[in-house]
Write a protein that binds this ligand. Sequence first.
Ligand SMILES: NC(=O)c1ccc[n+]([C@@H]2O[C@H](COP(=O)([O-])OP(=O)(O)OC[C@H]3O[C@@H](n4cnc5c(N)ncnc54)[C@H](OP(=O)(O)O)[C@@H]3O)[C@@H](O)[C@H]2O)c1
Length: 388
Amino acid sequence: MTTQVEYRRLGKTGLRVSNPMLGGMSFGSVEWSGPWMLEEEKAFEVLKAAWDKGINTIDTANIYSNGISERIIGNFIKKYQIPRSEFVIATNCYHVVAKTPGTSTVLQPQPQDELDYDYQAAGLSRAAIFNAVDASLERLRTSYIDILQVHGYDLKTKPEETMEALHDLVESGKVRYIGASSMRTWQFALLNEIAEKRGWTKFVSMQPEYSLLYREEEREMLAYCKYNGIGVIPWAPLAGGDLCRPLGAQTPRRKVRKGTPFDKKYTEADKIIISRVEEISKKHGKKMSQVALAWVSSKITSPIVGANSVTKLEESLIQGFELTEDEVKYLEEPYVPKPVRAHAQATLGAAATLRGAKFKWMHCLLSRWNVGVSNDQIRHSSSPKVNA
Ligand SMILES: NC(=O)c1ccc[n+]([C@@H]2O[C@H](COP(=O)([O-])OP(=O)(O)OC[C@H]3O[C@@H](n4cnc5c(N)ncnc54)[C@H](OP(=O)(O)O)[C@@H]3O)[C@@H](O)[C@H]2O)c1
């Protein structure tokens, strides 16, 4: 194996993860999210190229293509006889895994409401987490998950129940470390504080959205993680591809997302930042993606890159490339704070917990139109009651 990546310890743990990590969201079925998805054969090419370059860490989730992403990763490990102890698998649980690959339980809140606790299929109850982990292990064809992440904060389950279940899974050996994905900092801190008080396993990593175009986690989360020695492994470090191409370039992924809550409009500040990334990439003779990754890598443990071709994967390798302090300032300077959005799936999940269906409908519509109802507003209005 020719290593072209750097390895970093995940927070205070001794676990060595690669920088970058490979994102598994684009492995699965075109029925789930359109033509930018890679089905098994094509996914194997990217996974093999990643492994050959030294990328030892992959992030996925049970909901990606409703389990198919995990199946592809499990099949890859078996087919290429990847030594399990050298490969780090991070997966997520929380959302409903539908029975058909094309059903999006993220974009349609109904399946979540209907299936929710009736079938112990979603959320972070003890039953839901245990069922989700067993199903992920079967799909991944492995006996343990290196990092089990909760894919959001469950407003319906007592945090004690969640943290005890996660601890028991670590004790059982099915899970080695636990982490969390996008949620509010107070929620993450609350879960960790409960674990600390009870002597249970605490989170070692946080997976927030973070890039040059979305820096809201700098408000609280990154400082909380730094203070507590928690590893930060952001998703969308390339802003879903927006930081990889000059303005105006149309891509399969942008087309698919048009009109959905994931369809992000460029702000004037975004446009300036993208053009500055392009300018600096030209100056160094690098790809725009490499400039964006060099910036994010200087701030956190390791970005999770959604490379959906071998070429894009190769363009994600930045070992030895660093930006100067002045370049970092130049890239950061135009940023204007945005509404905290965590991510759209959390928006739908949180909205679903509100009693009034009217509010949920209004919120979905507003996020579709991108008129700026933020998770802040949703969660501030609902969370304290639930946790009281
Ligand atoms: N925890 C969570 O809630 C959460 C949410 C989202 C994602 N994730 C994880 O984070 C991973 C990454 O997320 P993401 O895919 O949104 O992040 P991303 O890395 O910011 O965006 C990936 C997209 O960028 C484009 N791209 C990547 N490399 C490129 C290159 N070298 N040149 C040109 N374009 C390039 C591709 O767009 P085109 O396909 O348009 O070419 C690709 O689909 C996912 O796979 C998943 O594991 C987690």
